[in-house]
Design a protein around this ligand. Structure first.
Ligand code: HXC
Length: 272
């Protein structure tokens, strides 16, 4: 079912949604969901050509305005320029999605200090820099921030020590900002996706030879789609969620329910 069968097609008409790392993957999926509901889209990412291609397609597919200005989320001045230029073209953002992230699996004992730092810098610092740079716009619109977290934030995952530290930091920061910025009318929430079909994350973390095994271990028995995550974001930023702040919504088909997937698999195997 398409989101436009559930939410009004003009729910975000005239509103601006800014997405970090918006040129691909889950973040582009989120952009497409908001655009399908009428939002104009601002985005940053490291590669201008990728942003240009994404924006052109968003405008063509949904008839909305889209503006992408390259900025690495680790570079605060560049982020400020990107957000200002998007504001000039689209108006102040109503929604900020902190989606830019880096990931690779690596055993802790061989992970280089700089490898750990790179993921912390992109995910955690980059999310704070984004919020800090977006604050004047969000204060003006009394807008909403959505952080893209992960199960690694609340469960340990092998070979993900850097990602777990970064995502746990993001969820804690989200709660701090919810506490401080509530008085400005700014809501802050996280969405924690599970493995999402067709994304860089799944490419890096889910080798083809264990794909079926992974799917079996997910209670809902499938990988997620980018639309699954876009829908949660569209809900969280909407007028029916205006009393929700400081929460994490886990959208993972049950993957991170502690032990349940494994236990279910074991019982299914034992009992036929
Ligand atoms: C070990 C690695 C490595 C690997 C990089 N490094 N890849 N170490 N195994 N596979 C180390 C490098 O050796 C270097 O340390 C340090 O990390 C920085 O690497 P650079 O390539 O110079 O940095 P940079 O260009 O900034 O790249 C950042 C990156 C990269 C995170 C390392 O992978 C990247 O740009 N990723 C963006 C796209 C991405 O990852 N998307 C997936 C997001 S999925 P030394 O010591 O050599 O200097 C996601 C979902 C999580 O986040 C949850 C899923 C369920």
């Amino acid at each position: 079912m398409a989101i436009t069968d559930v939410f009004a097609k003009d729910l975000y008409k005239g509103k601006t949604v800014f997405i970090t790392g918006g040129g691909s993957g889950i973040n582009l999926g989120i952009a497409r969901t908001f655009a399908s509901l009428g939002a104009n889209i601002g985005m940053c990412g490291r590669t201008q050509e990728k942003l240009d291609a994404a924006c052109e397609k968003l405008s063509k597919d949904f008839g909305v305005k889209a503006c992408g200005v390259a900025a690495d989320v680790r570079n605060f001045p560049a982020l400020e320029v990107s957000m200002q230029q998007c504001q000039d073209g689209l108006g102040p953002m109503q929604v900020l999605v902190c989606g830019a992230a880096g990931n690779f699996p690596c055993p802790a004992e061989v992970l280089s200090p700089n490898g750990f730092k790179s993921v912390i810098d992109i995910d955690l610092l980059g999310s704070f820099y984004s919020c800090r740079a977006a604050f004047p716009q969000l204060q003006q619109t009394r807008g909403s921030i959505i952080f893209i977290s992960a199960g690694q934030a609340f469960l340990p995952y092998a070979m993900q020590v850097h990602v777990g530290a970064a995502k746990a930091g993001i969820d804690n920061m989200m709660k701090n900002l919810a506490l401080e910025w509530g008085r400005h009318g700014i809501r802050c929430n996280s969405v924690a996706p599970g493995p999402i079909e067709g994304t860089e994350g799944v490419k890096r973390l889910l080798p083809e030879n264990v794909r079926d095994q992974m799917i079996e271990s997910i209670p809902l028995q499938r990988l997620g789609s980018v639309e699954d995550i876009g829908s949660v974001c569209a809900y969280l930023a909407s007028p029916i969620a205006t009393y929700i702040t400081g929460t994490v919504i886990v959208a993972d088909g049950g993957q991170n329910l502690p032990g349940s997937g494994h236990f279910t698999h074991m019982m299914m195997s034992a009992m036929g």
